[in-house]
Write a protein that binds this ligand. Structure first.
Ligand SMILES: CC(C)(COP(=O)(O)OP(=O)(O)OC[C@H]1O[C@@H](n2cnc3c(N)ncnc32)[C@H](O)[C@@H]1OP(=O)(O)O)[C@@H](O)C(=O)NCCC(=O)NCCS
Length: 184
């Protein structure tokens, strides 16, 4: 796969993003939830609702040529949406979108990012440096879904000082964030 480009989502992307979300849920989350719940999740939004999300939150799309292959947004401090077309999955598209969102969050001087992650997305958020806060049940389109509430603290580097960060055991360590180094 050639490298996807990431750009701001535009209202005109709403139809493509809606189709992408449906495909991502139907194909990539099959097995994570019962089939009827997956179908309810996949079909639970309109293109108008997606257009509204694009207009009122900070949304980004990943594109390959003309095709929209990924979509994510930042709503307050929450990474609310993160979907990648299954045909483009497993190749770092979600990471590229996430890194764009984290850079925006840092530019906005947010102290943390949160996520209500699906069981399918939880491992990716762990890879992005999030930790589990708790598990929860959320209702959507008439079904109930087990989700994982997650958070990532965003340390701020003082001028002339390396950012302090914590390793997987919660110990403070200095230097570049390994999650950000040498990525695709
Ligand atoms: C979850 C999803 C966004 C991942 O997209 P993707 O482009 O395939 O993810 P990437 O290739 O960028 O992988 C991101 C990281 O997560 C890791 N990862 C992804 N899926 C994983 C899995 N099932 N198990 C373990 N690690 C996984 C990757 O190894 C990668 O880590 P690295 O960058 O440190 O190497 C995509 O599968 C999807 O759209 N799922 C369905 C919808 C969904 O659940 N969305 C979230 C709603 S909260």
């Amino acid at each position: 796969m050639s490298e996807p480009a990431v750009r701001r989502a535009l209202p005109g992307d709403a139809e493509a993003v809606t189709g992408l979300i449906e495909r991502a849920i139907r194909i990539s989350t099959a097995g994570a939830y019962p089939a009827d719940a997956v179908e309810a999740w996949a079909t639970g939004r309109t293109a108008e609702a997606v257009r509204a999300m694009i207009e009122v939150t900070d949304g980004f799309v990943a594109t390959l040529g003309e095709a929209v292959v990924g979509w994510a947004n930042l709503d307050g401090d929450e990474v609310d949406q993160l979907y990648v077309d299954p045909d483009a999955g497993g190749q770092g598209v979600a990471r590229r979108l996430y890194e764009t969102i984290e850079a925006l969050a840092r530019a906005n001087r947010l102290d943390q990012l949160t996520s209500v992650a699906s069981l399918r997305a939880e491992p990716a958020f762990h890879h992005f440096g999030f930790r589990e806060v708790d598990t929860d049940q959320v209702a959507f389109n008439g079904r109930t879904f087990t989700v994982v509430r997650m958070a990532k603290h965003l340390e701020r580097a003082l001028p002339g000082q390396a950012a302090v960060r914590r390793d997987g055991r919660g110990r403070d360590v200095a230097g570049p964030d390994h999650n950000q180094a040498g990525r695709r």
